[in-house]
Write a protein that binds this ligand. Structure first.
Ligand code: DGT
Ligand code: CA
Ligand code: CA
Length: 583
């Protein structure tokens, strides 16, 4: 790995495309081209597979929204590490102007207006234009925006690297690093601890634990790692570094006999660790990253399990170590038996090329069978304003016929008829009740009007849940990691409604959604509202999102019995109120 140039990750391609889109917009280019780059950027960022691991242009072109031109650009980036078109644009747009894009409230259209209207070329110019009142003369720069910009230019720009990357993005850096470290002679164990191991939805940094003989220089070989931007070692046991995407890494080398204690300590969470140490004290013991000690005698520490056992606790899975009652439960032997991926029998939210998916439903079915599922629900978008290629009642009926035909041929697998239906602003649904009645699974979701007040948003969602035939509320909080906060919603009331009406809440496994989050999952589970762990796959590959969904469900204490799609088809039919599925 060290002999080649740095790996080009999906995030690098996404950054390049998004920057292309921004720069073209500043240049006042064709909106379609701009949108094409932005869409491609978004798509690439959330791809579960690395582009660099794909077969090449033919496979890129099969991705939605990637045509010949973009496929060629991906190839150029991956093979050369550069994009000539981007470098050209960068030369045309002054750096200060580009930097203005990072000011909250500023987009390319506004940057362009500033540049052409007031010859603003950087932050300094913007600050002056605000101070002199000249900005007010510009169309679209009202008092509200002005005060927002004033506040924004007053504070120093946060370094974009300081954002917490989503777990799936961190994994694209962490796993190659893990493999590289494991290949260094002398290193016998590599564990990535911290929030990464706990499966948190985003991670602040990577905490890497290594086991190697005392005195071995492991950091020397690491300096050759292509994805590493900087590394500063203090001695042979401790180092800190930064990866090329800005992700920090903390490295520790620990001896075999205290590896478990160190793993326990650096896995955290901090609050879990503090509570554990307090418990150790109550037992007259001392717990540290070096082991569990009675006076000077080590009583445990070689494995994590030995530490928990010596404290009278059941083993606590990393996903649960957030100080949310897990230590008490471990002491009382009442920890939940967490759901595993192999418990899932189906996936109740997948898309096909009938709407905005990539693959035919036959391919989705084949991929689901290969992943040992017994049923999937095709839940393509229903037609509605702003939904591209959404299905209307007629196309949905024809898809239903095709599904019936396929089901007749399939053994040990069932394709369920479903749809993902927009919740309109007023809480109505984008399809009529009579159409919904014919479906096996009705997935509803908010896809717009995110900015409503909590009262309005809650009323809207409750009204939608009140419709007959509704099965599942998809990605219930609407967050997009790093991009969009959850909308305002009274989740307790949504839980009440779901519980009263026999509806289910989704745990969407898309890497940037992971929605519900762990806290909400636990609340739903505690209330007895079943969860649908779903891939929301838009291609056969993305069925892998189920893994992320399961990890998230585990963090919310979910057991097999808390999850709808662990049930047999007959049981599912009963829970969905669709007798036809039990046949
Ligand atoms: P992150 O990186 O912000 O996503 O979250 P973590 O949990 O990975 O936190 P990090 O990287 O600051 O530290 C890694 C682990 O090291 C943490 O989970 C527990 C342990 N640790 C760090 N600082 C402290 C501390 O002050 N007290 C205790 N008890 N443990 C600590
Ligand atoms: Ca960390
Ligand atoms: Ca750390």
């Amino acid at each position: 790995m060290s002999t080649h140039g740095p790996t080009i990750h999906n995030a690098d391609v996404a950054d390049a495309f998004e920057e292309m889109g921004d720069l073209l917009a500043i240049e006042g280019e064709n909106p379609f081209r701009i949108r094409a780059y932005r869409r491609a950027g978004q798509l690439v960022r959330s791809l579960p597979r690395e582009l660099s691991a794909m077969a090449g242009e033919s496979e890129y072109e099969a991705l939605p929204g990637i045509g010949e031109d973009l496929a060629a650009k991906i190839t150029e980036l991956i093979t050369t590490g550069h994009l000539r078109a981007l470098e050209r644009l960068r030369r045309q747009v002054p750096p200060g102007v580009r930097e203005l894009l990072s000011v909250p409230g500023m987009g390319p259209v506004r940057v362009r207006a500033l540049m052409t209207g007031l010859r603003v070329k950087d932050r300094q110019d913007l600050r002056r234009a605000l101070a002199s009142g000249r900005l007010a003369r510009l169309r679209g720069f009202g008092p509200a925006l002005q005060s927002r910009l004033r506040a924004a230019v007053a504070v120093e720009k946060a370094h974009p690297d300081s954002q917490r990357p989503p777990l799936a993005v961190a994994a694209q850096y962490a796993e190659p690093l893990r493999r590289y470290l494991a290949s260094i002679p002398g290193i016998t164990r590599v564990e990535i601890a911290g929030s990464y191991r706990r499966g948190r939805d985003t991670v602040g940094d990577l905490d890497v634990l290594l086991c190697a003989p005392a005195g071995l220089d492991v950091f020397g070989p690491l300096k050759n790692y292509a994805d590493l931007r900087e590394l500063s070692a203090s001695g042979t046991t401790k180092a800190a570094g930064v990866l090329r995407n800005g992700l920090q890494i903390d490295l520790r080398v620990v001896p075999e006999e205290s590896f478990g204690a160190a793993l326990q300590y650096f896995t955290g969470s901090k609050d879990h660790g503090i509570r554990l140490r307090r418990l150790a004290q109550q037992h007259g013991l001392k717990l540290s990253e070096y082991g569990l000690f009675r006076a000077d005698k080590r009583v445990a520490g070689e494995t994590e399990a030995s530490v928990y056992r010596a404290l009278g606790l059941d083993f606590v899975c990393p996903e649960l170590r957030e100080d949310r009652g897990e230590i008490d439960a471990a002491a009382r032997h009442t920890l939940p038996v967490l759901i595993e991926r192999s418990d899932l029998r189906g996936d109740l939210h997948v898309h096909t090329d009938a709407s905005d998916g990539l693959d035919s439903f036959e391919r989705m079915v084949a991929a689901a069978r290969a992943r040992k599922l017994r049923y999937i629900a095709i839940a393509d978008h229903a037609k509605h304003l702003g939904i591209v290629h959404g299905l209307d009642a007629g196309r949905l009926a024809r898809q239903g016929e095709a599904i019936d035909e396929l089901n007749d041929k399939l053994r040990d697998f069932r394709v369920l008829k479903g749809a993902e239906i927009d919740i309109l602003e007023d809480g109505r649904l984008a399809l009529a009740d009579a159409v919904l009645a014919k479906l096996d699974v009705v997935v509803i979701a908010v896809h717009g009007h995110f900015g409503l007040t909590a009262a309005k948003q809650t009323t809207r969602v409750l009204r939608a849940l009140d419709r007959p035939h509704v099965s599942i509320l998809a990605h219930p909080t609407g967050r997009l990691l790093g991009e969009r906060e959850p909308y305002a919603l009274d989740f307790e009331r949504v839980l009440d409604a779901a519980s009263a009406r026999g509806c289910f809440l989704e745990v969407n496994g898309q890497p940037l959604r992971l929605d519900l989050d762990d806290i909400h999952i636990k609340a739903a589970r505690d209330r007895g509202v079943l969860l649908s762990v779903a891939s929301d796959a838009h291609s056969a590959d993305q069925l892998a999102n189920l893994d992320g969904g399961v990890r998230q469900a585990r963090r919310g204490w979910a057991r097999r019995q808390d999850v709808l799609n662990t049930r047999s088809l007959a049981e599912l039919g009963r829970l969905l109120g669709r007798a036809s599925l039990s046949a």
